[in-house]
Design a protein around this ligand. Structure first.
Ligand code: GYE
Length: 310
């Protein structure tokens, strides 16, 4: 990194920058919003952004990174679909002296292989969800089903861990089923249908979904089973996309934890400081999370968010 710093011209203006962005895909409304916002943030800075959509496949992300290296871009933004398998290609970027910045997910790789990671505290998000359910159930017995995010992704690992921490010590809450819905509405619906079939709706008291899109799919399944989402089955999820606030305004979901889609703003600010004045950013730039419940004006939140590219 030091050598890259020496090589960076004293005053690298954003207008000169060409940046490669390896995006996972568009599995959720939140992901679509992140793409929209990232393009806006690059535009604002006069950055030439090369965008690559991996359709959820790590091998496509690795190919995209290699292509960016071949093009000798100034930096690479990477939202890593899963946490493992990045060492080799990140070494290649390092050898090419191209800084890599991680967005919204982390990797199990040595910290010297990326400049910084801009993410929320994914464990904390799960913990907030768990603590909300503890308070909501107030000691009453509650069988919980869990829709996990993409297997092997840092949010799926950390949000599961955080939720378990949040409910620890409250034996009235029991996770009776837990399976991946791959962060999508369609899979969220299919897996929730299988939970309802296996357990019977009467035996399920709450759903914890690692993102709102799976919760929205599950709401459909709960309705088709003749049950009332938000009442017969309490629902807590994460992202705070517009449609979950629409569901909450209708009383069909109960809580969501906001994840900002603007990871690129802080990332590009850190990159510019690094390239222009050699300021090395912290390895983790944490974005804030906030809980929304039925106490909030969810219709107003929906109206405010619906135009932001979700
Ligand atoms: O919660 C989900 C998207 O990586 C934290 O990825 C992000 C997650 C987000 O599919 O909607």
């Amino acid at each position: 990194i030091a050598s890259a710093m020496m090589l960076a011209p004293a005053s690298v203006m954003a207008a000169d920058l060409t940046i490669g962005f390896s995006q996972i895909g568009s599995e959720s409304g939140w992901r679509a919003a992140e793409t929209t916002v990232t393009k806006q943030e690059a535009e604002k800075r006069g950055i030439d952004l090369k965008f690559a959509d991996a359709q959820q496949k790590q091998e496509n992300q690795i190919k995209a990174i290699r292509s960016f290296i071949a093009q000798d871009v100034d930096a690479i933004l990477l939202a890593p679909v899963v946490a493992t398998g990045w060492d080799e290609v990140l070494e290649e970027a390092k050898d090419a002296e191209i800084p890599v910045l991680l967005l919204d997910r982390t990797v199990d790789a040595s910290e010297d292989l990326y400049l910084t990671a801009v993410t929320s505290d994914l464990v904390h998000e799960g913990e907030v969800a768990g603590k909300w359910l503890v308070e909501e159930m107030a000691g009453k017995p509650c069988n919980v089903v869990e829709l996990q995010g993409t297997t092997g992704s840092s949010p799926a690992i950390d949000r599961k861990k955080g939720f378990e921490q949040g409910i620890a010590g409250h034996d009235n809450l029991k996770i009776i089923r837990s399976q991946t819905g791959d962060f999508t509405r369609s899979q969220g619906k299919v897996v929730m249908e299988s939970f309802l079939k296996a357990e019977g709706g009467a035996n399920i008291c709450a759903l914890y979904a690692h993102n709102d899109d799976m919760a929205v799919g599950a709401i459909q399944a709960i309705k088709e089973a003749g049950l009332k989402p938000g009442q017969d089955i309490k629902i807590v999820s994460i992202d705070s996309v517009p449609d979950i606030h629409l569901a909450m305004a209708a009383g069909e979901a109960n809580a969501t934890i906001e994840l900002t889609p603007n990871m690129a703003g802080p990332a590009l600010d850190a990159l510019e400081a690094y390239l222009s004045s050699g300021t090395t950013p912290p390895k983790w730039i944490q974005t804030e999370s906030r809980l929304y419940t039925l106490k909030d004006d969810n219709q107003a939140v929906y109206e405010a968010k619906k135009g932001l590219g979700y």
